[in-house]
Design a protein around this ligand. Structure first.
Ligand code: ZN
Length: 569
């Protein structure tokens, strides 16, 4: 009996070896620590790839049968490899334009922002628009002399650029700042603001000074009063922005990207690049809910899951409230620093319910932006109604984008309803120091950035950056996830430390769980035979280096579908 088994084993082994000899791999990677994000097999010594697919992940002993003289071998030389990172919520073209336009993310005062505009004006054509993005008044170390409702007024900017219209988007994307020339072109002045404000209704606000003059600050939908006058891009800049976005992803180890709110034009551009073999970030598209015609067109034809794993369109993005910085987040109780004001919805909750029903009917995932506790609750309520009407639709994977500030009663609802919170850990690092002024201590401690509580409720968290709101760097967001500190490492021990993610959870939130958030966990997100060969190589071991070394970790190499598309020189 025993001998027979041995014979069979021997024969079996010989047979497999013989069969696999016939299909040697195209690529072998070994020589470092390889984290698989597979529970039963968390690290392996080597990986073999055939075409764009992983064919082996295991120890060195099992590797030899995949290698012949044609096989390319990458020696990690002690470096660390993980599955390719997945940006779970960003704006792909926004990333491209952030690379093209003025980056105001790091300015530390109004004066410095104006200096940057001055430099751009010097290089611009007469009358050309100056576009910038990323400023945040709460990050400024020096406060502007004059402020209206917490924001600077346009005069300094207007003096620096009298002839070139300027529009500078807030880091949150929920407010914008214009100079006098831009407002003149848009017909926004003391006499017109009352009527313009009425036309906007609840969804937007033009800030005014004590004399009723516009201050240059436009909240939410009011931004369109200015932005509609910014000339359309040329096809060349549009394509250039896409190329820059893909390059930024590869540089940062991002192999897949969930694009939160995509227009018809962008889809056309993505298709064009894919057809030309130039699309080298895997895109998961959420159609923009701002265009209901587009949504219904897609409802009629149904979702499009790409067999080439490059361009999948099966989700819808709804924008339900604003951001905390501009006090646009919709809260259950008023802002601590603006009593009697609780923010506002930017979309009717009837629409959220209607689209939630349609999504279940036509097979589209609904992803709703909600920052404030009221917005989160109202959306969970609408999702719950739609789910209860469709008990068979258990694999809906509806998401709430940001899920940033939650009432404690709503935290367990995510796990219970199977709603995915798509959260951007880096927002804690940037916002937590001032968010407490908006929300007060109780709301911050009980309901802000509640990662561990959500995980314990059974929720699957998708991580990301909301680029271009934050830089796309996943290492910074990983650092925030596990330390709950600012990028300066403050405070010691982190904010609300019980809510930290473990390193394992943080890695999953950027890989396998992010893939789950797009119904793609069977094809990506972990290193396992049969899955796509998307990898990122880091110069340090993100899973074991001390917290203080995480931020200095760099991406050494990015591999997409078995091809090295980025290598740090
Ligand atoms: Zn976003």
């Amino acid at each position: 009996m025993r001998i027979t088994t041995l014979v069979f084993l021997f024969l079996g082994f010989g047979l497999t070896q013989c069969l696999e000899k016939k299909t040697p791999a195209d690529l072998i990677i070994k020589g470092g620590t390889i984290y698989t994000v597979e529970a039963g097999n968390p690290t392996v010594e080597a990986v073999a790839v055939s075409g764009d697919t992983i064919v082996y992940a295991g120890n060195m002993a099992g590797l030899s049968q995949y290698q012949d003289e044609q096989t390319k071998v990458i020696d990690l030389a002690g470096k660390t490899m993980t599955p390719g990172f997945i940006e779970g919520h960003g704006h792909f073209m926004g990333l491209g334009y952030a690379e093209l336009n003025l980056d105001l993310m790091n300015v530390t005062s109004y004066e410095e922002m104006v200096e940057k505009v001055k430099e751009a004006v010097a290089k611009a054509q007469p009358g050309q628009w100056i576009i910038g993005r990323g400023w945040h008044q709460d990050k400024w170390t020096k406060k502007p002399e004059k402020q209206i409702k917490g924001f600077q007024t346009h005069h300094l900017l207007s003096a620096a650029s009298p002839n070139n219209p300027v529009f500078l988007s807030h880091a949150s994307g929920h407010a914008g700042f214009a100079n006098a020339k831009a407002m003149q072109l848009a017909g926004v002045n003391q006499l017109s603001v009352e009527q313009l404000g009425k036309n906007l209704g609840e969804g937007g606000e033009i800030l005014l000074d004590e004399l009723g003059n516009p201050t240059g600050l436009f909240n939410e939908r009011a931004q369109s009063l200015i932005t509609q006058h910014i000339p359309d891009d040329t096809p060349e800049t549009y394509e250039r922005a896409l190329e820059l976005a893909m390059a930024a992803c590869l540089r940062n180890g991002i192999t897949s990207f969930h694009d939160a709110g995509v227009s018809r034009e962008s889809i056309e551009l993505f298709r064009k690049f894919k057809a030309a073999g130039k699309l080298n970030t895997r895109l998961y598209v959420m159609l923009t809910g701002f265009n209901s015609e587009l949504l219904y067109e897609w409802f009629r034809k149904g979702p499009e899951v790409d067999p080439d794993n490059l361009l999948t369109i099966r989700a819808i993005k709804l924008n339900c409230d604003g951001a905390l910085g501009s006090r646009g987040a919709w809260l259950l109780e008023p802002y601590s620093d603006r009593p009697e004001f609780s923010g506002m919805p930017t979309l009717s909750m009837d629409t959220v319910l209607k689209i939630s029903r349609e999504g279940l009917k036509y097979g589209f995932q609904v992803c709703s932006h909600a920052i404030g506790d009221r917005a989160n609750r109202e959306i969970l309520d609408r999702y719950e109604i739609a789910f209860s009407e469709n008990p068979a639709a258990t694999n809906h994977r509806y998401r709430i984008e940001h899920a940033q500030h939650l009432h404690p009663d709503d935290i367990p609802r995510f796990g219970k309803l199977g709603v995915i919170p798509a959260m951007q850990a880096i927002h804690l690092s940037s916002d937590r120091p001032w968010a407490i002024e908006r929300l007060g201590e109780k709301r911050i401690k009980e309901g802000a950035y509640m990662w561990q509580s959500l995980l314990k409720s059974g929720a699957v968290i998708v991580n990301g950056t909301d680029v271009p709101v934050e830089p796309i760097n996943p290492i910074a967001s990983f650092f925030a996830s596990v330390t709950r500190q600012t990028l300066k490492g403050e405070p010691e021990g982190g904010y609300e430390p019980a809510e930290k993610m473990t390193r394992g959870q943080a890695l999953r939130s950027y890989t396998l769980d992010a893939a789950y958030g797009a119904f793609e966990e069977n094809s990506k997100g972990s290193i396992k035979p049969g899955k796509l060969a998307d990898f990122v190589v880091f110069n340090k071991d993100l899973m074991t280096v001390p917290d203080t070394e995480i931020l200095s970790t760099e991406v050494s190499m990015t591999i997409l579908g078995g091809k090295i598309l980025y290598e740090k020189k």
